[in-house]
Design a protein around this ligand. Structure first.
Ligand code: OOG
Ligand code: MG
Length: 255
């Protein structure tokens, strides 16, 4: 039986829109292809409400994330303009189900990137690199999901903050980073945690984009994936990321 793509897309889109958790997908397991079809159908609903695709995100590109969530395949999701939050700005806790934050690296593309590419070709397609924070928010109860559940749920993407853009010739292989909450260090890591080098995440993004029909065009962003485990958000906190050589970004959370 093929999963009812449209029904699942509505269920997940509604859960995100109304910030209300929904049950994991029940019945016989759906295929990964079907899960990406649900993801696309739910994002199409956002597009029909006027949102615009601005890029894609990668997930489970670090061991810390795989271990935290119990999923070990690389996944991706679509990013829209409505998910973009301002660096130094404020986000509203009540718009989310149970949001978490994780430190990432963002790429801005100047060339299309699709299919099998080398790390050098991937770097050549990059315009700039920035420190970034991703706010993930599983729409499933208790933040629990299988691989296909999370893919269908647009890989938990819900918002992101991008810091200052830096030139692509900065060596990002192994940059130290600290994510702090209210000034207290919450997670330490290195960009090397992202597949050994964040550029490998971009190479994988090009491959997944081709496999599942995502678009990576000039002007698009790619979020490389969390370098450390994610931390829970709560109202009245300030989250900051400080990354060696790339600089800092942050946001506060209100009720
Ligand atoms: C799934 C999304 C994973 C990352 O950076 O690894 C992800 C989740 O953890 O809810 O965004
Ligand atoms: Mg992430």
């Amino acid at each position: 039986m093929t999963a009812d793509i449209a029904v699942l897309a509505t269920k997940l889109d509604d859960a995100a829109r109304f910030a209300k958790a929904t049950a994991q997908i029940d019945g016989p397991p759906i295929s990964v292809d079907d899960a990406y079809a649900v993801q696309k159908a739910s994002i199409d609903k956002r597009l029909s409400r006027g949102e615009r695709i601005v890029g894609m995100k990668m997930g489970f590109t670090s061991r810390a994330k795989m271990i935290q969530m119990g999923v070990s395949d690389l996944i991706c999701g679509r990013l829209t303009d409505a998910m973009m939050a301002e660096d130094g700005g404020v986000i509203s806790f009540k718009k989310f189900v149970h949001p978490r934050v994780e430190p990432e690296v963002a790429f801005l593309l100047r060339k299309p990137l699709i299919g099998r590419v080398t790390p050098l070709q991937a770097l050549d397609a990059v315009e700039a690199i920035a420190p970034a924070l991703e706010i993930i928010d599983s729409r499933y109860e208790n933040f629990k999901f299988s691989l296909t559940d999370v893919v269908a749920d647009n890989s938990s993407s819900s918002a992101f903050v991008i810091g200052p853009w830096r030139p692509r010739d900065i060596d990002i292989a192994n940059l130290g980073l600290v994510m702090s909450i209210n000034g207290r260090a919450q997670a330490f890591g290195s960009t090397a945690a992202i597949l050994g080098h964040p550029l490998r995440s971009l190479v994988s993004a090009a491959r997944l984009a081709e496999a599942y029909g995502l678009d990576l065009s000039p002007g698009h962003l790619v979020m490389a994936g969390g370098a450390t485990a994610a931390s829970a958000l709560s109202p009245h906190i300030y989250v900051a990321l400080e990354m060696e050589r790339l600089g800092r970004c942050g946001f506060s959370v209100e009720e």
